[in-house]
Design a protein around this ligand. Structure first.
Ligand SMILES: Nc1nc2c(ncn2[C@@H]2O[C@H](COP(=O)(O)OP(=O)(O)OP(=O)(O)O)[C@@H](O)[C@H]2O)c(=O)[nH]1
Ligand SMILES: [Mg+2]
Length: 297
């Protein structure tokens, strides 16, 4: 399946929620106060968020007024432009060697994302080693090992309950000695409590900084799109512990809340680098604003 088709397919539920309704609304060709009220309602119902919705509507009004638009297609094009502008297009573009740490609350899709990322880098001809730094959850390393085998990359694992920072230390040593391009660090989603989890992430972060100062660093937070607005609160919490460079938004295939990307981008100003649209190894896409907008409206 082609890249574009996959995104469109993955966003089908969101499109049903907002795209079809927006289409109907614009087709009427009447751009009065009722139109804007209804537009607001539709956007809010897809987790675009209040502030973002207001901003979108203000921007659209402005463009419509300046150009005195009455043609529905033209108006729809303006909405596309406004949404694309908000989303922007910032790619992760690491330099090599790099260490990519993946964090997020439990069950959001961290481990799956690591497997998919490994696959993406391998396809780009990069060498990869995975650090299984979720030593807390039983069988977490084994789950990651399955992904490492699928992507045909190396994995460093220690036994359950061991120090995650030591796993990362070993993975970095291995990457240095073998000249590996990418170290992918999987982390736990749950420890005994949230404070422990944040302290552990900070410690891993310090180890990477100390042991591999010349490596490019990317800290990614994985968010489950089905949680909608709640995802934004999660970014805040993790961003306090470790500087988050970018977002991976997973499970877009299972939700009509794809509008949450707009809220994230608008409220957080942290780029969405990748989106997950399925459970398979090829189901992670680099975020592209134009295709995304095409997919949701
Ligand atoms: N439909 C869909 N499912 C996904 C996607 N990404 C992950 N999943 C599923 O989400 C579930 C949890 O994924 P994991 O990768 O284990 O999540 P995790 O964040 O590592 O979980 P913990 O290690 O327990 O914190 C699995 O069943 C995955 O198959 C996605 O983009 N789409
Ligand atoms: Mg995991």
């Amino acid at each position: 399946m082609g890249f574009f088709k996959k995104i469109i397919d993955g966003l089908k539920k969101t499109k049903q929620q907002i795209g079809f309704k927006l289409n109907e609304l614009f087709k009427r060709g009447i751009f009065d106060e009722d139109f804007y009220d209804e537009l607001e309602f539709i956007l809010l119902s897809s987790d675009v968020g209040e502030e973002t919705t207001v901003d979108i509507i203000d921007q659209l009004r402005e463009r419509m007024r300046t150009d005195r638009v009455s043609d529905p297609n033209k108006a729809y094009g303006y909405l596309r432009d406004v949404l694309s502008d908000i989303l922007g297009d910032e790619k992760m573009n690491p330099s090599y060697p790099c260490v990519i740490m993946v964090a997020g609350v439990n069950g959001v899709g961290k481990t799956t994302t690591i497997g998919k990322l490994a696959n993406i880098f391998v396809k780009q001809g990069k060498s990869v080693v995975i650090a299984a730094a979720d030593t807390f959850r039983a069988a977490a390393s084994e789950q990651l090992e399955v992904w490492a085998n699928r992507a045909k990359v190396r994995i460093i694992m220690h036994e359950e309950g061991s120090d995650p920072a030591a796993v990362v230390f070993d993975a970095i040593s291995s990457a240095k000695s073998k000249g590996t391009d990418v170290v992918l660090v999987d982390t736990a989603g749950r420890l005994h409590n949230k404070k422990n989890l944040m302290e552990e992430l900070k410690k891993i972060n310090r180890v990477i900084d100390r042991e591999y100062p010349n490596a490019d660093r990317k800290n990614l937070i994985v968010l489950d799109a089905t949680t909608g607005q709640n995802a934004i609160a999660q970014v805040d919490i993790f961003n306090e512990a470790i500087d988050i460079d970018g977002i991976v938004l997973t499970k877009l295939d299972g939700t009509a809340k794809g509008g949450v990307v707009l809220a994230i981008k608008h409220d957080m100003d942290i780029p969405v680098y990748y989106v997950g649209v399925g459970e398979g190894i090829d189901d992670l896409m680099e975020f592209d604003a134009a295709s995304y907008v095409e997919g949701i409206i």
